[in-house]
Design a protein around this ligand. Structure first.
Ligand SMILES: Cc1cc2nc3c(=O)[nH]c(=O)nc-3n(C[C@H](O)[C@H](O)[C@H](O)COP(=O)(O)OP(=O)(O)OC[C@H]3O[C@@H](n4cnc5c(N)ncnc54)[C@H](O)[C@@H]3O)c2cc1C
Length: 492
């Protein structure tokens, strides 16, 4: 007979794990169900071609894990996860060999941007000074009073005039900033993309855009360790098809999209809520290429090789066009591409002259194209000869991403478009969007605020909602590494 538990969590992406950590730390008995054979969702790693060379399957770079309130308290470092700062946070090569470089230090960045350095400083410096307040405000899904009231005002002052790129004279700084805005994977320019540009852009000069030594899977591993240390159990190869399978749990937290909630609920959702979920929109897709290469990427501009992340899209205008086409569902052979050469920051990722290169393109939702040739040619444009270094390659189309992980509907790795409306009302307009109308059922995935990325906050906030509404626990448990179960809060 299945043992009763306090909470069942469906899915072990960073948000499912964060939800489980929070609930287990509150003294609840939790169990996790993961459809895949390994845990981690967007934090998984695989040795695709060589038993020594690890590839990050999804996320590779972690500005949010370095900054988010959940991970600040969970504290990865004493648990053995070393977040390595790249020598250059992100780089943006242009056709003529010039490149925009976001150094960790604001001074170095402004200096490298020449005449546009002053405008870059004007945009970023106040946000860097109020970084914790700004991150806390955005990461709460804008649902808690700001601890630093200046931070949201600074953000509003940058977004509301809708002139983020005005004031730049050259073409390097606008391209550099647009590359960051493109992380919103949607229409450019837009308010939501500008907000993403300000959040991620300033983080490069604050807590950084680090890579975990040894790959993203390390983060999932220590989260799972914490769950088990607090009595939780994790079941892999356990795909949940209906909420009826979880009748033994007082609360159920779904690290899934609204599309899956509709299926799992078997028609039990109130009609109005179900209608709202059906209206939830998914964004453009990602198509990823993994390469095993024999040497560092031969960038025309060698500075680019020192960066943790590289944006390949060219000028501001070119990127806006690429993103517009992806939103419209029109395929282009020149999409926006993000690239990471992890060994440039973490030399241990290279073995015997072989190293991984991670790259994905923004493409139309459901695009069936194998992206390997497409991505390779985008890289070749800024790094001629790259193709000669490739030992092996594999691609995952946007369409196939959904088979790999049902949360990536049509390849939408944000689990829902980050339009302005959906970044605030995610997945439906509610004060507590994590709570569903089904008693004890909560959504905890990136389809809820604050949205995509490895920050754990969707899971953490959903767990706090479950604690309040299902277990009558109002106090947030401590997540700090040294706290044991005895000291971690009352059992409901
Ligand atoms: C190619 C790519 C690159 C990315 N790069 C970055 C990056 O560099 N930095 C960053 O911060 N973010 C990045 N992201 C985004 C980030 O990975 C996601 O936003 C994040 O993983 C979302 O976490 P989640 O817990 O909501 O869902 P997921 O990580 O998608 O996890 C959901 C889990 O639930 C499981 N599941 C779903 N349905 C069921 C079911 N019915 N039964 C049981 N299990 C189920 C899935 O198998 C999966 O393991 C990237 C994503 C991709 C795909």
């Amino acid at each position: 007979m299945t043992q009763a538990v306090d909470a069942a969590i469906v899915g072990t992406g960073p948000n499912g794990l964060a939800a489980a950590v929070t609930l287990a730390r509150a003294g609840l008995r939790v169990e996790l169900h993961e459809a895949g054979e390994s845990i981690g969702g967007g934090l998984r790693g695989e040795r695709y071609f060589d038993s020594d060379v690890l590839h990050d399957v999804c996320s590779a770079v972690h500005p949010m894990a370095a900054a988010s309130p959940f991970f600040r308290e969970f504290d990865l470092t004493p648990r053995g996860v070393e977040l390595l700062a790249p020598r250059i946070g992100y780089a943006h090569p242009l056709d003529d060999g010039r490149a925009g470089l976001a150094h960790p230090g604001l001074d170095a960045t402004c200096e490298s941007l020449g005449e546009d350095g002053a405008r870059w400083r004007q945009l970023m410096e106040p946000l860097v000074e109020h970084s914790t307040g700004l991150v806390d405000f955005i990461m709460s899904g804008q649902r808690s009073l700001p601890s630093d009231p200046v931070a949201p005002l600074l953000l509003a002052a940058r977004l509301l005039p809708r002139r983020l790129l005005s004031g730049f004279r050259g073409d390097v700084a606008p391209a550099l900033l647009t590359g960051v805005a493109a992380h919103a994977v949607g229409k450019l320019p837009s308010l939501s993309a500008d907000a993403v540009a300000m959040l991620l852009g300033h983080l490069a000069h604050a807590t950084g855009w680090p890579l975990p030594r040894g790959g993203s899977e390390r983060i999932a591993r220590v989260m799972a360790d914490d769950i088990r240390a607090h009595g939780g159990s994790i079941h892999t190869g356990s795909r949940i098809s209906s909420l009826r399978e979880l009748g033994h749990a007082r609360a159920v937290l779904l690290d899934t999209t609204p599309a899956q909630l509709l299926t799992l609920a078997d028609g039990r959702l109130p009609a109005r809520y179900a209608r709202q979920l059906r209206r939830f929109r998914y964004g453009p897709g990602a198509a990823k290429a993994d390469f095993l290469v024999s040497e560092p990427v031969p960038w025309t501009n060698p500075d680019v090789g020192r960066a943790g992340t590289v944006h390949l899209g060219g000028s501001h205008t070119a990127i806006a066009r690429q993103e517009r086409l992806a939103v419209r569902g029109e395929a282009t052979d020149e999409p926006f591409v993000l690239l990471v050469d992890p060994a440039a920051t973490d030399p241990g990722r290279a073995h015997k002259g072989r190293r991984p290169v991670w790259a994905y393109a923004h493409v139309p939702n459901g695009d069936p194209r194998d992206p390997v040739a497409l991505v390779r040619s985008r890289i070749e444009r800024y790094a001629p000869g790259f193709g000669d270094t490739v030992i092996a390659a594999r691609g995952v189309s946007a369409r196939d991403y959904e088979t790999y992980n049902p949360n990536y509907v049509g390849g939408d790795i944000g689990s829902g478009a980050m339009t302005l409306y959906q970044s605030l009302a995610r997945p439906v307009p509610r004060l507590d969007p994590w709570r569903t109308p089904l008693p004890g059922v909560f959504l905890c995935s990136a389809s809820t605020p604050p949205g995509p990325g490895v920050h754990g906050m969707c899971g953490h906030l959903a767990a706090l909602s479950a604690l309040r509404h299902r277990f009558g626990v109002r106090e947030a448990p401590s997540l700090a590494p040294s706290m044991g179960p005895a000291a971690s809060g009352a059992r409901a």
